[in-house]
Design a protein around this ligand. Structure first.
Ligand code: ADP
Length: 265
């Protein structure tokens, strides 16, 4: 009986190894496919603004002498805008690499979250020029342990998305409130919202919901950076949709540090 069992076990192990080999081969092929899709996507995102810059620079070199001043200004504006876009994208790629390699080390200390969000709002003012912003962040929220540079970037990315995906003239709302152990912060818009099946995937690197979104300047990096930054600071971020009308809701939950002075729920 023992021999028979041993044979059976040996057979089972052999089968498991066979399955594992097939899975490993499948995984390796999938990883290769993802890597090349990633490279294609990155190259495209780098080349598009670069092509615009090269085009404008070439035209300026060739015709700048005989060109009306307004056209020259247009070309220069294109060069500045596209350089900024390129710079943002490279910055995002670097942030992403730091998050994924685990080298993201937040420089956290106690801050009033309203101040940090105020800075993000000022930075996003130009982008949000065609939206109405409503801010409902009480001044007496407990202080949070966070890295203001990273936190500001998270809100900037969320506001940038709200401006991109919600129609102009619509309201972008920032809300904050405290619960017993955490402060909750939300960015709420009046755009199309996010299909329920995509609510988790929007945080994946390079993931974009709609094919049509490709025409919008975007890289699918913004939200994965938000999640990487927030988790590095000990919080969580989730996507949802409004229930009263269409619109996306992004909710950040940050723990209230034990040592917050004077805070009582
Ligand atoms: P990007 O905006 O550069 O594509 P993100 O990582 O910021 O990349 O967002 C990923 C995807 O999630 C977007 O392409 C878009 O499809 C969807 N998304 C993000 N924010 C919103 C929003 N406020 N409303 C609707 N869809 C959104």
């Amino acid at each position: 009986l023992f021999d028979a069992l041993a044979d059976q076990a040996a057979l089972a192990i052999e089968r498991i190894q066979l399955v594992a080999d097939v899975d490993r081969a499948k995984l390796a092929a999938e990883a290769d496919r993802l890597r090349s899709a990633l490279l294609t996507s990155i190259s495209h995102d780098l080349k598009t603004p670069l092509a615009a810059i090269m085009g404008a620079a070439g035209t300026l070199r060739e015709y700048s002498g005989s060109m009306p001043e307004a056209d020259r200004a247009d070309l220069l504006a294109t060069m500045v805008d596209e350089s900024e876009r390129l710079n943002r994208f490279i910055g995002n790629l670097l942030d992403m690499t730091r998050i994924e390699s685990g080298a993201m080390e937040p420089n956290s200390s106690l801050h009033f979250v309203g101040d940090v969000i105020g800075t993000a709002l000022r930075r996003a003012a130009k982008i949000l020029a065609h939206h109405r912003t409503e801010v409902d962040i009480p001044a007496d929220l407990p202080m949070l342990r966070l890295d203001p540079v990273l936190f500001e970037q998270v809100f900037f990315n969320l506001l940038d998305n709200a401006a991109k995906y919600a129609p102009s003239g619509s309201v972008v709302r920032l809300r904050g409130w405290a619960e017993e152990t955490a402060v909750l912060l939300q960015v709420v818009d009046e755009g199309p919202g996010i299909p329920p099946a995509d609510l988790e995937r929007v945080f994946d690197t390079f993931y974009r919901v709609r094919k049509g979104d490709q025409v919008r300047a975007g890289t699918g990096l913004g939200l994965s950076i938000c999640r990487g930054f927030i988790e590095a600071m000990g919080g969580t971020i989730a996507a949802g949709n409004r229930t009263d009308r269409s619109g996306a809701v992004f909710t950040i939950r940050m723990p209230i540090p034990g040592e917050t002075p004077g805070w009582k729920p």
